[in-house]
Write a protein that binds this ligand. Structure first.
Ligand code: HEC
Ligand code: HEC
Ligand code: HEC
Ligand code: HEC
Ligand code: HEC
Ligand code: HEC
Length: 393
């Protein structure tokens, strides 16, 4: 590829140089008209889309033949727009500030493939991040983009543009075109089945501090669980009983699908119900978040919806209300806790019946997805229906 570019560039310079030479050497004193010169040499054929350089006119000779057009031109993507507008848009995206990437998860080997530039590059090259990264940084152009492979009209020079096998244990491979780049990172990571227990289990946990109040009244302990309060030192010991046949266990306060399960839901997988593969709703991440002009702020602008329908804000607000109501119902059974600090729900340790656990799982999925159904309206509605039915809403 490098060689090809070099050759293009060499050809362009050679042409320019020849042009200069002919023009400067033509400037002698005016003499009698000479005989007609020979026709100029044909232009060089365009390689992958660069117009051939026109033949240089001989004195009164005819023009050289134009080079053959390629099917695209480099400047469609490599103009001033890319340099200025795209860079300014990208500066507004969280990807380029990387608040979480740099400060929190970007350096850890198990997180870095999605949380830092360095981690994503290492993952792209080797398929893993072998060890912690000492100096992680935020996204750059060259996080997502690399070098061209075909130079055709859809070759956006992606680093990881191939179809994505989801890492949620579903075995599903998403064939998402340009969306593949997003789905490498925007996926759930965990699957529902990994929270089932193979044999009956009990888990004993001690809670203190702010957790004392929360777990002193917990009811989500399974049929033979127990709550033992030691008020003198503000400690509560909870035994969670998890019978394999009927229950599942919320095993941490960040259990469930990882933040950013958008790729899974778009593909119609991940919830406790089977969905439709590849939602037919719009072209995907890129069409809603980048629009026709490759907007690199990645904001899902309304102007990207109107080609198909008017604003769906009322429908999405209604979905937001239903998600909130499911969260409140889960709070009453001690499966989640609402934090005034960040204004959202967080998982609690709990032993739940399978139907309740499914409701909790589907709830965390649609909550973390943050699209209020836009990512896959029919599938997301089914997941909310399941939760409402299981919780008696
Ligand atoms: C469909 C859009 C598109 C077209 C058409 C296109 N490019 Fe690119 N090209 C990109 C993107 C996106 C990148 C990566 C981001 C960047 O460097 O701007 C890139 C990167 C490159 C790079 C690597 C830059 C670097 O710093 O590593 C070269 C060289 C390049 N393109 C040359 C060309 C040439 C020559 C043509 C025409 C034959 C061409 N491109 C046509 C989109 C395009
Ligand atoms: C497969 C990719 C992937 C991996 C691996 C991954 N994350 Fe994430 N994570 C994401 C994405 C994508 C987001 C952004 C989601 C969004 O904005 O909706 C995110 C968001 C987060 C957030 C922010 C939540 C918020 O919005 O406040 C935290 C915290 C986080 N991840 C922690 C971690 C930690 C810790 C690890 C490693 C143990 C990890 N992540 C591994 C993809 C990943
Ligand atoms: C988070 C991933 C990501 C990052 C970071 C990123 N891009 Fe892109 N870029 C994309 C995707 C996806 C497309 C293809 C959009 C499409 O299919 O229409 C694209 C398309 C482009 C194009 C083609 C535009 C066109 O006219 O079709 C250019 C040029 C480009 N990017 C340059 C850049 C530059 C310059 C930067 C840094 C300032 C950058 N990109 C950062 C994902 C990214
Ligand atoms: C290398 C992994 C990675 C890739 C590739 C990636 N994202 Fe992200 N994205 C993240 C993480 C992590 C966050 C949270 C960033 C933070 O807050 O630090 C995020 C945040 C976001 C946000 C939050 C709002 C904002 O201001 O940006 C949107 C929207 C988003 N991504 C959409 C996309 C789309 C669309 C694509 C594909 C064109 C994409 N992402 C590609 C990992 C990725
Ligand atoms: C049909 C259009 C559409 C498609 C397709 C789509 N999105 Fe979205 N996305 C939205 C809308 C609209 C929102 C914001 C909803 C709101 O704010 O109420 C959103 C929200 C998000 C957010 C949360 C942003 C934030 O700041 O809260 C992320 C991250 C995201 N989408 C990533 C993706 C990824 C990755 C894909 C592809 C797998 C994708 N989206 C596909 C329309 C879409
Ligand atoms: C390629 C066409 C297309 C694009 C683009 C598109 N949609 Fe849709 N969308 C549809 C169709 C078709 C339906 C189902 C029929 C209907 O409800 O209008 C739908 C339905 C929806 C629904 C479900 C409405 C309900 O009744 O509950 C929401 C929400 C939605 N779209 C949001 C969005 C948002 C937000 C965007 C832009 C960011 C967007 N759509 C872009 C085609 C599209």
């Amino acid at each position: 590829m490098k060689k090809l570019q070099l050759r293009i560039i060499t050809a362009m310079f050679a042409g320019l140089f020849l042009g200069l030479f002919v023009f400067t050497s033509c400037e002698g004193p005016a003499g009698p008209a000479g005989p007609a010169g020979p026709a100029g040499a044909d232009g060089t054929n365009g390689t992958n889309g660069i117009n051939g350089i026109d033949g240089i006119n001989g004195t009164d000779g005819s023009d050289g033949t134009d080079g053959v057009d390629g099917n695209i031109t480099c400047l469609e993507c490599h103009g001033a727009y890319a340099k200025n507008v795209i860079a300014a848009q990208f500066a507004r995206s969280q990807h380029s500030s990387g608040a979480i990437a740099v400060e929190y998860a970007g350096g850890r080997a198990s997180c870095a493939q999605c949380h830092s530039h360095e981690g994503y590059l290492e993952f792209a090259l080797t398929g893993e991040v072998a060890e912690d990264i000492s100096n992680p940084s935020a996204w750059e152009c060259s996080t997502c983009h690399d070098l061209h492979t075909t130079f055709d009209a859809t070759d956006y020079a992606f680093r990881l543009g191939a179809d994505v096998e989801l890492i949620d244990g579903s075995g599903v491979t998403v064939e998402g075109g340009s969306n593949n780049t997003c789905i490498n990172c925007h996926q759930a990571r965990r699957d529902r089945a990994s929270y089932d227990v193979a044999t009956d289990e009990t888990y004993t946990r001690t809670f203190t501090g702010a957790d004392f109040d929360v777990y002193s009244t917990t009811t989500a302990i399974g049929p033979n669980g127990s709550v033992t309060i030691n008020a003198t030192n503000d400690t509560v010991v909870v035994v969670f009983d998890v019978p394999a046949a009927t229950h599942a266990y919320i095993s941490s306060t960040h259990a469930g699908p990882h933040h950013g399960p958008q790729g899974n839901l778009w593909a119609g997988v991940g919830g406790t119900l089977a969905g439709t593969p590849y939602s037919s709703h719009s072209g995907g991440c890129v069409s809603c978040h980048m629009g026709p002009d490759s907007d690199h702020s990645f904001m899902p602008l309304e102007e990207n919806c109107v080609a198909c329908h008017a604003s769906k804000e009322p429908e999405m607000d209604a979905i937001a209300d239903r998600i909130h109501a499911v969260g409140e119902a889960l709070e009453t059974i001690h499966a989640v806790h609402y934090s005034d600090e960040d204004g959202t729900f967080h998982p609690l340790y709990a032993s739940l019946t399978t139907a309740q656990f499914d409701a909790w799982w589907n709830f965390i999925y649609v909550l973390e997805d943050r699209s209020n159904s836009a990512h896959n309206p029919s599938y997301i509605k089914q997941l909310i229906n399941q939760a409402e039915t299981a919780l008696g809403i």
